[in-house]
Write a protein that binds this ligand. Structure first.
Ligand code: PMP
Length: 411
């Protein structure tokens, strides 16, 4: 058995036929599949340990709390945060970014301040900032992209000025597949006294990430894009900021004392986690981190780099196919957005699905980017470490067959 076959055997969902063809799952940027190891941990938790956390002194309560807090420690190690006080469990990247925008934004953004994002952001790193900018009279600025679909660093240097309060950028794009130099951008932000927020939804699952090395103030990501369950995510925040900012949700768990008219907050990280958290989700995320760590994030990154080096030139070589994002693989994750001339991307995705290949079509929650690229939608294939080079070949064949079908009517 080849190593990849052994690894794929952990993902039962991959072994099925779709439209009478073997499934080739290439929608990993939307969500990834879950290995048995994660499913078993979830099952075991609900079958043997289920209880509320941080409350009961009974045995199950202790077990659930221990497992929940052990997951927080796993997250801490995984992104090399300084302390578990800096790891907040959220519902996902969207919630994490909303928390920063609401909390930091309400307290520190003032009339005339500037918030700098870019044209390659996901809606969840645009709309929360629009809202805070509207409420506070701040100005939302967009860093331009180069013709290659990379962040224009010259423009970044011009847009990040002493008026900037917040710089919030994606670490890796969910459409262009480009990875941004977050460390350098954090330096630019800090030089002018701004904070650096990064959206790590498409980076943490695919490469080693060290938040101290990047020197980001806040960093957001989702469990379901890294082999974990849905409904769980992380907001990392530097302890000094988390101590200064106010929670945005209030209720049980996040308090220290509650008086008739006033309350005081619990210590970090509990101050931000109001109510019963997604206990099973956090424990499942911990299991996903164990799984990824055993595989080794550097190896995962190297493997996906090999995939992109293999697939990108093949896709580029198909006449009548436009590929968006960098034309070279140096800074390229295994996310490829493309269009076939004269064929609507929804038709591309439907024709590919008929061949068993799951790709996404649409605006990928990045309407300003698609407007910037002057396209209304794209098809997107996104790979993960369980995809094989044989699957890449079948994907390329399916793109060619789809193109032929729409020009001649045959698949
Ligand atoms: N940012 C990026 C770059 C993403 O790809 C996604 C998910 N498509 C999100 C944010 C939002 O993540 P979630 O839906 O898990 O909150």
């Amino acid at each position: 058995m080849k190593a990849i076959d052994k690894l794929r055997a952990n993902f039962p969902i991959l072994f099925q036929e779709v439209n009478d063809e073997p499934l080739i799952y290439l929608d990993n940027a939307a969500t990834t599949q879950k290995p048995k190891q994660v499913l078993e941990v979830l099952n075991q938790y609900y079958q043997q340990d289920n209880a509320n956390v941080h409350r009961g002194v009974h045995t199950l309560g202790e077990r659930a709390t221990t497992a929940y807090e052990a997951s927080r420690e796993k997250v801490r190690q995984f992104i090399n945060a300084h302390s578990t006080k800096e790891i907040l469990f959220t519902r996902g990247t969207t919630t994490s970014l909303n928390w920063v925008a609401r909390s930091f934004g309400d307290q520190f953004v003032e009339d005339g301040d500037e918030i700098v994002i870019s044209y390659m952001e996901h809606h969840s790193n645009i709309v929360p900032w629009q809202q805070i900018a509207k409420r506070k009279g701040a100005i939302l600025k967009y860093i331009e992209l180069t013709d290659e679909g990379e962040l224009d660093m010259q423009d970044a240097r011009q847009k990040i000025t002493p008026k900037t309060k917040i710089v919030s950028l994606t670490h890796s794009s969910n459409v262009l597949g480009v990875t941004n130099p977050i460390k350098e951008l954090a330096q630019l932000a800090h030089e002018v006294g701004a904070i650096m927020v990064a959206d790590g939804a498409q980076a943490v699952p695919h490469m080693p990430v060290d938040v101290q090395e990047l020197d980001v103030d806040f960093y957001a990501f989702s469990g379901h894009k890294m082999c974990g369950p849905t409904g769980i995510g992380v907001l990392y925040g530097k302890q000094s900021w988390l101590e200064k900012i106010e929670p945005i949700e209030f209720g049980g768990e996040m308090i220290d004392f509650v008086y008739d008219q006033e309350s005081t907050w619990a210590e970090l990280p509990y101050k931000f986690e109001a109510g019963t958290p997604n206990i099973a989700g956090a424990i499942g995320l911990g299991a996903a981190i164990d799984y990824l760590t055993a595989l080794d994030m550097s190896q995962i990154h190297a493997y996906e780099q090999a995939i992109v080096e293999y697939v990108l030139p093949k896709l580029q070589a198909i006449e009548g196919v436009t590929v968006y994002g960098p034309s070279t693989t140096a800074n390229h994750t295994a996310v490829l957005s493309f269009n076939i001339d004269g064929v609507h991307p929804h038709d591309v995705a439907t024709a590919m699905d008929m061949q068993g290949v799951a790709v996404r079509a649409g605006h990928h929650c990045a309407q300003p980017l698609l407007r910037y690229l002057d396209v209304s939608a794209t098809a997107r294939a996104s790979f993960y470490f369980y995809n094989t080079l044989e699957e890449v070949d079948k994907f390329i064949d399916a793109v060619i067959a789809t193109k032929e079908f729409f020009s001649h009517g045959i698949i």
